[in-house]
Write a protein that binds this ligand. Structure first.
Ligand code: NAD
Length: 252
């Protein structure tokens, strides 16, 4: 058994400068077949083409709104018909919101939870039975340093709560699926330079932000992608229920 005969799904990998895109590249370089599932269909297809060309592995880009069960089912049906079995799932699709608690409303709270928590549920619920049946799976959740520190530079209360919910989800799932050969881990990045962090890493604010990070720089998408790829290795089967900080020490 080898990863080269399995597909790794990375949700939210259409964003060109995002963690998901870097992760899909790193997994492809390790031999995985790739499926990019994203709200942005054009971006997902472009990502798949780029990955297939760069690494010589099969890659599919599919439209998928992770908040919508029908959309998830349709994407996975296409995947099942056209790709090798799913061996890894990276729950990367996410949205943030900086809104202070005294200004947030229920609609925004629900929107943040819909993508980060319900979205991760929808796709994991659809993929996990096959993994358990085949006796192999690697699931990785993208949490955030915001879950541990309580908000901070770019995540408000709703985002921090949603990212903390993912940690409980991942640990409970790790306990249930461990006996079935499926590991479940979380990666909690700090300030990574992507579109989601937008203007935070520009101008005067940048120096102040970096001063709060012990290693003195923002994170790069490769810092996160490499760790996820390590967790997805077949040899990483004894690592489960863990949360990894990738934040330059900003959780200290
Ligand atoms: P990004 O904004 O660059 O990319 C997010 C991707 O998710 C986009 O391609 C977008 O189209 C997709 N997406 C959004 N809603 C979706 C939906 N409903 N269905 C399917 N796809 C959807 O984000 P990023 O900075 O690369 O972050 C990736 C993950 O890492 C997120 O979960 C984020 O919360 C987490 N994270 C990021 C940072 C950071 O500093 N960038 C830090 C901690 C955690």
């Amino acid at each position: 058994m080898s990863v080269t005969d399995k597909t790794a799904i990375v949700t939210g990998a259409a964003s060109r400068r995002g963690i998901g895109r870097a992760t899909a590249h790193a997994l492809a370089a390790a031999g995985w077949n790739i499926a990019v599932l994203d709200l942005d269909e054009t971006g997902a297809k472009a990502a798949a083409e780029e990955i297939a060309a760069a690494h010589g592995v099969p890659a599919l880009g599919l439209a998928c709104d992770v908040t919508d069960e029908t959309s998830v089912t349709a994407a996975l049906d296409t995947l099942t018909a056209n790709a090798r079995p799913v061996g890894a799932l990276v729950n990367n699709a996410g949205i943030t919101s900086p809104t202070p608690f005294l200004e947030v409303d229920g609609a925004e709270w629900d929107r943040i939870f819909a993508v980060n928590v319900r979205g991760a549920y929808n796709i994991t619920r659809a993929v996990a039975p096959g993994m358990a049946e085949r006796g192999f799976g690697r699931i990785v959740f993208l949490s955030s340093v915001s879950a541990e520190r309580g908000g901070g530079v770019f995540g408000g209360v709703a985002y921090s709560a949603a990212k903390a919910a993912q940690l409980g989800f991942a640990r409970a799932l790790a306990r249930e699926l461990g006996p079935r050969g499926v590991t479940v881990n979380s990666v909690a990045p700090g300030l990574i330079d992507t579109d989601i962090t937008g203007g935070l890493l520009e101008g005067e604010r940048k120096a102040a932000l970096l001063a709060g990070i012990p290693v003195g720089r923002n994170g790069r998408t490769a810092d996160v992608a490499d760790l996820i790829t390590y967790l997805c290795r077949e040899e990483s089967g004894y690592i489960t229920g863990a949360t990894y900080d990738v934040n330059g020490g900003s959780h200290i």
